[in-house]
Design a protein. Structure first.
Length: 85
């Protein structure tokens, strides 16, 4: 499997993981009457998962972009639909 394929698979897994971590059954685990630095635990969890997904997504996107720019010009043109007959 190519590097680009692995990174695309990881992007899909990131999307599914973020979706699962932000569904009500999982979120309810952190719905406790507690505070950390004056912020409810539930809010910290939700925004923490969101921030982590953004950071990991940005890293994956930059690596995917780098993998696509490392391709030879003939492969990149065929992938975009501009190459070939």
């Amino acid at each position: 499997m190519t590097t680009e394929g692995r990174l695309s698979d990881r992007s899909f897994v990131l999307t599914v993981a973020a979706l699962v971590l932000l569904t009500p059954p999982i979120v309810e685990i952190f719905d406790v009457p507690g505070f950390l630095l004056g912020v409810p635990i539930l809010h910290l969890y939700c925004f923490g998962v969101w921030l982590a997904a953004i950071i990991v997504g940005a890293r994956l996107a930059s690596r995917l972009n780098a993998a696509r720019t490392d391709l030879p010009q003939g492969d990149a043109g065929e992938r975009e639909g501009t190459g070939g007959a």
